[in-house]
Every structure is written in C-alpha cells, then in structure tokens.
Design a protein around this ligand. Structure first.
Ligand SMILES: [Cu+2]
Length: 273
C-alpha cells in the first residue's frame, strides 16, 4: 500500500462482498407492527447493485411506494414492485405491513444477487396496531430544471483507461487531479451534462442535485424521479441531466461511486465560478 495504488487489477470491476449487511448487521431480522413504515434505503455497497423487492410466502410482493430520492421528496409518490439501486443512491419508501396478518414474514431480496447475496434482510410482523396513515397524493413542489435553448452541453466520458503507468478508470481520458478543473461552471446557469459509459458507473456530483432528462434519447427511467445526486448509468448508455449550481463558488468533485473505480482515479475536479 505504501508503494502501489491501493487497489489491484483483479479488483478493477469493484469488490463484491459475500455478506449483505444492513445497518452493520448480516441479514438481520427486524420486528414490525402490522402498520405503515417509512424506510430510508441507501445502497452503501462498494460496487454491488441491488434490485430490492419485498417477498411474502404465498402472496404477492409488498409494493414499495417511493416518496423521496437522493435530494428530497418527490412531487408525487411512485409505486414500484422493485427498486434498482446503484451504490450511493437513496430511495425513501413507504411500506404497508398492515395488509399482512400477525406472524407474517417479509423478506427483502436482491433480484440482482446470486447465492447469499440474493437475500438482504427480513421483517417479522409481530403485533396488531391502529394506523390511519396514508401517502398524500401531492408530497412537495419540485421545480423542474429546464435548460434554455442553446444551454451549455458538457459531455463526460466514463471509461477504463491508463492512469499513469497502470490500468485504472478515467473521465474524459483523464485521471483525478485535484488542481486541474475539468469544467468551470457559472453559478445559476442550468446546463445539460451528458454522461457516457463503457460499463456500469453510478455517477455522483457534489454540491447541488440534478434532474435526469433522458436515457439514450428516451425519457428517464423508473428510478430517475426527483432531485438526484447519483445516477445509475448502465453499460454503453448516454444519460442527460439538467445541472444547476447555485450555492457556492469553489472547487468540488464529481466521480463514479463504485468505490474501486473512484479509488482508481475516476474522479474529476470541477469549479463553480
Ligand atoms: Cu465506475
């Protein structure tokens, strides 16, 4: 570690662990009332993507009603049967356990995992409860970020490449340099940022959240709603987001949130002016 970069070629794609931890515990069981719960989901894995669903033996899966994304509440709830999460993405969801009898068990599974990585945790409904909570139809006012005609378009290409004399990960062909800005962005301007990938890269931007405009020229995907600061860009995909920095001038970073990619230099300095 003192003479070589902290990661090795064999871990280029990112480390996939063999134990799923939730709040630090392996495959925990959490007791719940037969009532509604708000769950705040964060994918805190190094590199693993999850497709989260709530399975019930002999019954349909429990829906996940999304009420919030990385940067706050959605304008209106979105109901999912499963939610795909890349590292660093957050989903705020509402789950109604009151439709189940006391004694029921609900398993949170990962549809993208194999073996033990296909299980995440379990909920056990242990007692009846009075609960009249519900999700409002309108949750918040979300200002749509609309780039003006002729708005600046910046393309960021996330690819494997040479980092010095070894193999690593690059943005626009460059590896992380804390002193060289890849983009100088005027505060208050709404720009279009175009993320282009070779393999999966969860792209994360510091300072201000953004909104997804399109994927491969088509409308945003089912998990792109609301204010985001991390977007799951799939292999060979082009994702456009509307970006506006409004708070501070200075140097910030954007990077892939696959921790091994990030540690192998897939990070860029940007500057707000
Ligand atoms: Cu990456």
């Amino acid at each position: 570690m003192r003479s070589l970069p902290g990661v090795e070629d064999e871990w280029m794609e990112g480390v996939l662990g063999d134990v799923v931890l939730v709040n630090g515990a392996p495959w925990p069981v959490h007791e719940v009332d037969a009532a509604c719960y708000r769950l705040r989901l964060l994918n805190a894995a190094n590199a693993r993507r999850f497709r989260i669903a709530l399975t019930v033996p002999g019954g349909p899966d429990l829906p996940l009603v999304q009420i919030g994304a990385d940067g706050g509440l959605l304008a209106a709830p979105v109901t999912h049967q499963a939610i795909e999460m890349a590292p660093a993405e957050r989903f705020d969801v509402f789950v109604d356990f009151s439709v189940l009898p006391v004694g029921a068990e609900v398993t949170m599974v990962n549809g993208l995992g194999t073996g033990r990585a296909a299980d995440v945790m379990r909920f056990r409904v242990v007692r009846a409860a009075a609960d009249d909570s519900r999700v409002p139809d309108r949750l918040s006012e979300v200002e749509p970020l609309v780039p003006a005609p002729g708005a600046t378009v910046r393309t960021f290409d996330f690819t494997r490449g040479a980092v010095g004399d070894h193999s690593g990960w690059t943005i626009n062909g460059t590896s992380f340099d804390p002193d060289a800005s890849l983009a100088d962005i005027p505060l208050g301007e709404t720009e279009i940022w175009r993320f282009v990938t070779d393999v999966h890269h969860p792209v994360h931007v510091h300072l201000d959240p953004f909104q997804v405009l399109s994927r491969n020229g088509r409308p945003p995907g089912p998990f792109d709603a609301g204010w985001k600061d991390t977007v799951d860009v799939r292999p060979a995909e082009v994702v456009d987001v509307a970006m506006r920095f409004s708070d501070y001038t200075g140097k910030f970073v954007m990077h892939c949130h696959n921790l091994e990619h990030e540690d192998m230099a897939m990070m860029a300095t940007i500057r707000t002016v």
